[in-house]
Write a protein that binds this ligand. Structure first.
Ligand code: SF4
Length: 350
């Protein structure tokens, strides 16, 4: 186990080369015949009090990334450092203590709420287990937490089925806040809610971030959802990050053809503000059979000759905008033929 002295300027979360491969087992002996590469070398950092949006289609590995960071799923490779500690090197009581600082909010809070317990019993149980409050002090704390998320102390006497979808998501947030975490993984927390309720929950999360200095990894399949809450946005495709940039830069000038296609599908309030919708061919390939070269090439509207054979690297330009695409010289691997050998100008050289 490694312990480092975190400095105030160091990122709260540092993910480096994270992989989660699930074995494919066949036959009576359960021999491993391949792997589903759900997360395949993901790296990013999140500064304290900031939000990283993690976006991609269903099955791209974004939720698996979140759960692996928390060690709800054990990783295949890579490291995660949280506040200077090596998360994958911790065990027993140290891991339990760390889990208080890192919490998760699920898309469907109902499935994670015990239907037989009142909200008050559920939350006081969390406070007892973590030795944070007992008896009347715990009840008072539950009332305060419910108030913080826009409910009231009277709601403590109700059961989960008595709440609407938006209220249940508030309950999920209140329960996560019981242990006074520093970091919240928000796994599609508004995807199942009506649009009007979505914005209320997003506003609540932003208010809580300002009030308590929380740090978020905000997972969504829709770029429009993460636009206003994220300081930076990472776009995932088939288990890898294909673009990572400051929110403003990514929405103003998306570089990767996949990000451009996702953004073209985001409705705008006024017509004519966004270029024509980019329709991608087919569905994403299986993460157990990732295409050669650039994994996006079978669907990419801008694919050119080398895309089927040369694997682009995730690399940053001078502004720190990271992209994984052969249209940009920084993405070419050092041992690959020079881009101009393929007779197509790169985006930066054009
Ligand atoms: Fe498209 Fe080629 Fe860039 Fe991949 S490397 S995103 S296939 S242009």
């Amino acid at each position: 186990m490694t312990t480092a002295d975190p400095t105030p300027t160091a990122p709260l979360v540092q993910v480096d080369g994270l992989k989660k491969w699930f074995p494919i087992q066949r036959g009576l002996l359960g021999r491993t015949t391949g792997h589903v590469r759900a997360v395949d070398g993901v790296s990013f950092t999140i500064q304290r009090g900031k939000t990283l949006g993690l976006v991609g289609e269903s099955g791209c590995g974004k939720s698996t990334t979140g759960r692996t960071i928390l060690r709800l799923i054990e990783p295949t490779a890579g490291t995660v450092r949280f506040d200077g500690r090596d998360v994958f090197g911790l065990g027993g009581s140290e891991l339990r203590a760390l889990r208080k600082e890192m919490q998760i909010i699920f898309q469907d809070p109902y499935s994670s709420l015990n239907p037989r317990l009142t909200v008050g019993s559920m939350m006081t149980e969390v406070l007892h287990v973590h030795h944070l409050a007992e008896g009347a002090a715990a009840e008072k704390r539950v009332g305060e937490l419910l108030d913080t998320v826009g409910l009231s102390a009277a709601h403590a006497r109700r059961y989960p089925h008595e709440f609407s979808g938006g209220q249940r998501q508030r309950l999920g947030i209140a329960r996560a806040l019981c242990v006074e975490p520093k970091f919240l993984i928000c796994d599609e927390p508004v995807s199942a809610l009506d649009v009007s309720i979505q914005s209320q929950v997003l506003n609540l999360l932003q208010d809580l971030q300002r009030a308590f200095g929380l740090t978020y990894l905000f997972i969504a399949h829709d770029l429009s959802v993460v636009e206003h809450i994220s300081d930076r946005v990472a776009v995932m495709y088939l288990g890898r990050i294909v673009e990572l940039a400051d929110s403003d830069a990514l929405y103003r000038e998306p570089k990767h053809p996949y990000t451009q296609a996702l953004l073209s599908a985001v409705p705008l309030p006024q017509p004519g503000g966004r270029p024509e919708r980019i329709l991608l061919k087919g569905d994403p390939p299986s993460p157990s059979a990732i295409p050669s070269g650039c994994p996006f090439h079978p669907r990419c509207p801008q694919a050119f000759e080398p895309c089927a054979t040369v694997e682009p690297q995730l690399a940053a330009d001078a502004t720190g905008h990271q992209v994984r695409c052969l249209l940009y010289p920084e993405s070419w691997p050092a041992d690959a033929p020079a881009p101009f050998a393929f007779g197509r100008p790169t985006a930066s050289a054009a």
